[in-house]
Structure formats: structure tokens, C-alpha cells
Write a protein that binds this ligand. Sequence first.
Ligand code: PEP
Length: 250
Amino acid sequence: MRRKIVAGNWKMYKTPAEAVSLVTEILRVAPPRNDRDVVVCPPFTALSRVSQLLKGSPVKLGAQNVCWEKEGAYTGEISAPMLRELGCEYVIVGHSERRQYFREDDALIAKKLKAVLAEHMKPILCVGERLEEREGGRTNEVLASQTKGALGEFDATQVRGLVVAYEPVWAIGTGKTATSQMAVEAHQFIRQLLAEMFGAGLAGETRIQYGGSVKPENAAELLREPEIDGALVGGASLKADSFLRIVHAG
Ligand code: PEP
């Protein structure tokens, strides 16, 4: 049985003080259930303070991005060792907003994955098709090219602990959710790809989350599916109440 994982991607929301309030409320209102991994991914500027608050709690810390290099003259960047030292266990890599606004391609994403894995953190690799790609019947082609493009250079021992987030781009921040059947089909396809690349054992243990307008109202239906190993939550993770209702759904 794969342990489900619900992660909140706070994007560019919450100052450090606001982040402290949100995480304090998450920890106060209800202890997250212990049969699931719960992760919060604040902006870089709030990681240190959130990390202090999470010490001794079951909630884990994640980052939203990382530089591919360990250190050097890369003005404005943050490296994997820096994130590791702050207590991050997870790092989101290849989010569609980074692909779209920051021109991240599969080769760069592969380098970032390598940097995260080298520090023994778990990448959350985001893949997903755009609306025109789904409508053009190219969903599987896109998922295959993103998955192989990012993971093609690794072997099974290197990617143990990896989490994949299936995030159809047309569902992110739009209020449109993939039906659970669409999500299950995409997850099965990704798992099959992982089996071809790394073997059935690794594919069977790798968690694949769904992301795209997950809300308390639709979370139970998605999370009840055995093929859906959790959720990557954007907008609804910015309030303790809605995030915790998703954590406890299904
Ligand atoms: C995301 O940021 O990964 C995401 C899925 O956002 P939202 O839940 O707001 O669609």
C-alpha cells in the first residue's frame, strides 16, 4: 500500500508572518492524520520560520523550486543544500508555472531533480498536458515526453522516493478539475511508463498525486481512488480549514 501524500503549494502567497499564522493554525486546528504524509511548501522567504514551527510535528516541509547547481555565481537562486539545511524533505520540480513563465524545459528539470536527489530530498515532479493537447488527443504523448525527458537519465535506485504530480495545466487555478476517471487513466499511464523505465517494483511504490483545483468538495472522490496517491493543492492550501478538509478527505 502506498501512503497517500497531500502537499500544499503556497506559490507566491504569504509573507513570513502570514506563513507563521497559517502553519500555526494548521497545527492547532487538527493534527493531520497519521496515515498520510502532509507537506507544506511555502515561499523560500518563509521556509526558515515555518521549519521552526514544524519541528516535532507530523507536517513536513517542502520547497517550490531549486537551482540545479550546489553553489556559485547564480544571483537570486537557492540551492538544494540550502533547502536541506532548512529542513526541507520535498522539493517541487517542473511545476507548469515554472515551465510556462520561466521557460523550464525537460533538460533543466532533469538537472534540478539530480540536485534534489543528491541531497537526499524527495522531488515532486509535476507533469501534465495543456488544454489544446488534451483536446488534440495528445495527453499520453505529452505525459510520456515529460516523464522520459525528466527521468530518462536516472536508474531505479536513484529515483526511489520520487513523487510524481499529475497536474493537467487546464485544471490548475481554473476551478476545472479532471474527473477522477481522467486522473486515474493518466496515473495508470504514468505508472506504466515508470514500470517500463525502472521496473514494476519501483513503479508500484512511486506515489502519483493529482493536482488541479483540488478543493474540499472534490477531494474525497479523488482520494478514494487507490490509483490516486494524494493531492498537490494550490489555492485551497492557503487556508487552514480548506487544506485540512482535503487532508482528511476520502
Ligand atoms: C498547483 O499549484 O499545483 C495547483 C494544483 O493549484 P490549484 O490547486 O490552485 O489548481
